[in-house]
Design a protein around this ligand. Structure first.
Ligand SMILES: Nc1ncnc2c1ncn2[C@@H]1O[C@H](COP(=O)(O)OP(=O)(O)OP(=O)(O)O)[C@@H](O)[C@H]1O
Ligand SMILES: [Mg+2]
Length: 249
């Protein structure tokens, strides 16, 4: 059994003359929750597109569960930064889409049960345009989760949510994840969110992105919201803020 859900080694990527990623080394252990924070435009979504096989890197290696995965699709549960729901499919049919594509059993009753858990039980047969941006994000999140891949890549899944809903979603995500430890790679701009959820936080520099720092988050599991008041949490939040605003590099 490979010990890592994801290994990224010496990854470079350029779009024509624009170099976006430079020598990225990153691992996500089995059942580990890893976040990436970095300036806007540094290449975080590009990294996800490479891991998901939508793009082929200029150089470097990607392995998912120990298998070389450059250019291979369908090996991760992926939630894109834009929810990308199919407008002609109902919400429940959007939720089961990833399963349908990977030929897994499609279970609409299960989809509805999950929709209820994110407060969308009344929208199972609605269409995406009838939902707010934040509601669409929750649907896209469920879809990634129900794909049942061992590695989930979530690209700013909660960015469109208000602070209260975001806190609810954190609780919900931690409950799910603590119960069935899948590996998660999570992009966020929110430092507090990264520290609250993760075992490890990678800080990227501006483009071309390199790994500025890899921070181990020392708090145990299950982790509760009160951790934000811990002096060590406050110190780490300060450190991350400094790294990100100190215009490093
Ligand atoms: N398909 C593409 N073709 C050309 N350039 C691209 C393409 N996709 C992304 N870029 C460029 O690559 C850089 C990194 O984009 P990316 O979306 O990965 O950033 P990001 O870190 O996810 O930013 P944000 O935090 O704002 O989501 C940007 O300068 C963007 O313009
Ligand atoms: Mg992005």
């Amino acid at each position: 059994m490979p010990e890592h859900a994801l290994t990224v080694q010496a990854l470079d990527h350029s779009f024509g003359d624009l170099q976006v990623l430079e020598g990225i080394d990153l691992t996500v252990g089995k059942g580990e929750f890893v976040s990436v924070v970095g300036p806007s435009g540094s290449g975080k979504s590009t990294l996800f597109h490479l891991i998901g096989g939508l793009l082929t890197p200029s150089a470097g290696q990607i392995a998912i569960n120990g298998e070389p995965s450059v250019g291979r699709r369908g090996r991760i549960g992926y939630m894109p930064q834009q929810p990308a729901l199919m407008p002609w499919r109902t919400i429940q049919d959007n939720v089961v889409l990833a399963r349908e594509i990977s030929r897994k059993k499609v279970d609409r009753a299960q989809a509805r049960e999950w929709l209820a858990r994110v407060g969308l039980e009344d929208f199972a047969t609605a269409y995406p345009h009838q939902l707010s941006g934040g509601m669409q994000q929750r649907v896209a999140f469920l879809r990634a989760l129900l794909a049942e891949q061992e590695l989930l890549c979530l690209d700013e899944p909660f960015s469109a949510l208000d602070a209260m809903t975001r806190t609810e979603m954190h609780r919900w995500l931690l409950d799910i994840w603590e119960a069935d430890r899948r590996a998660i790679l999570f992009v966020t701009h929110n430092i507090e969110e990264a520290l609250l959820l993760s075992d490890t936080v990678y800080v990227f520099t501006r483009r071309p992105a390199t790994v500025l720092e890899r921070i181990t988050v020392p708090f145990g599991r299950p982790r509760r919201d009160e951790v934000v008041d811990d002096p060590e949490f406050v110190k780490l939040r300060r450190r991350l803020t400094d790294l990100l605003t100190g215009s490093p590099r």
